[in-house]
Design a protein. Structure first.
Length: 308
């Protein structure tokens, strides 16, 4: 079964896709739910299915607009009416730094933070809640909410929608490569979820952070450095340290494997064959050529000039 046939069977009805877009936009904007919901990924996926089924783009944009406005409005009302209880609600009770981050953002930008916050991932679901807690004027909040939603809806819906409408014209996928494409997509989603989970685990609230902190405090040399960092009131950059260690280790291991291989890996050949077999339109071909040339010696030299 081809990818288009599979998508056609799995995709909900057009009316259900419109409802899904509105629901995702609403829940993604809610203070307590939006913190845990990968709204951007879900909206892009559903919008792609909608584009593939030629669902009316205006209806989709209206659904996303109203969902976002209602979600931010409910968060604002929650902050206004429950300002004393908000910090005790899960997940904010376990992550007080999220609320503190949103408060700092709001105090820095004022009313403009409601507009800017919709496009800033880490504080997007928090800002309307904080605005209500800090007694922002409802009229000012409403205008910022409406204007930001007008821009946010097409910015988040149209890329996925256009991809769903044009990917068959841009890519002529040869038979036999659908499985590879689907596998690559699944692996990418799994890696994104795993990275998000690991990033939380190595933060101050994560179990890995607590485990390493307890081990470090038992070692004389590590305890001194760890406690010094903690006394300064800042979080130990454990995530950055681990990223550096694993990146260097992975790069070193890959380099050794390439040297010992003496030629391309089987995966390299399969990926090369996959992209070589694609039939691209002229604009897509031009973009791919620019990206390919950016990776050669002159491209790397040009990219590093501003940092020299």
């Amino acid at each position: 079964m081809s990818v288009p046939d599979l998508l056609q069977q799995l995709a909900p009805s057009p009316d259900m896709l419109v409802l899904l877009i509105g629901a995702i936009a609403l829940f993604e904007s809610l203070a307590l739910i939006g913190l845990l919901l990968p709204g951007v990924v879900l909206i892009t996926a559903v919008a792609s299915l909608a584009g593939h089924q030629d669902v009316g783009v205006v209806v989709l944009l209206l659904a996303a607009f109203f969902g976002a406005v209602i979600g931010d409005g409910l968060s604002f009302i929650l902050g206004s009416t429950q300002r004393e209880r908000v910090s005790r609600l899960w997940p904010l009770s376990r992550h007080p730094d999220w609320l503190a981050r949103g408060t700092r953002f709001f105090r820095r930008y004022g009313s403009l933070s409601v507009f800017l916050g919709r496009f800033v991932g880490p504080v997007r679901p928090i800002i309307p809640l904080v605005a209500g807690m800090l007694q922002m004027k409802p009229g000012a909040f409403l205008w910022a909410n409406l204007i930001s939603a007008v821009i946010w809806a097409p910015a988040y819906v149209l890329p996925g929608y256009l991809l769903g409408q044009t990917w068959q014209q841009l890519l002529d996928i040869p038979p036999g490569l659908e499985a590879l494409l689907v596998t690559m997509g699944i692996v990418l989603v799994v890696l994104i979820v795993a990275f998000s989970w690991l990033r939380y685990q190595v933060s101050r609230s994560g179990n890995v952070y607590r485990l390493i902190a307890s081990i470090a405090r038992q070692h004389p040399m590590l305890r001194r450095a760890w406690l010094k960092r903690s006394e300064q009131g800042s979080e130990v950059p454990l995530a950055s340290w681990l990223l550096l260690i694993f990146s260097l280790g992975g790069l070193s291991g890959l380099t050794i494997a390439v040297i010992r291989q003496g030629g391309p890996f089987t995966l390299d050949l399969e990926v090369h064959a996959f992209f070589a077999s694609l039939t691209l339109s002229a604009p897509a071909q031009a973009v791919t050529e620019i990206l390919a040339r950016a990776g050669d010696l002159y491209g790397i030299f040009a990219l590093t000039l501003p940092w020299g």
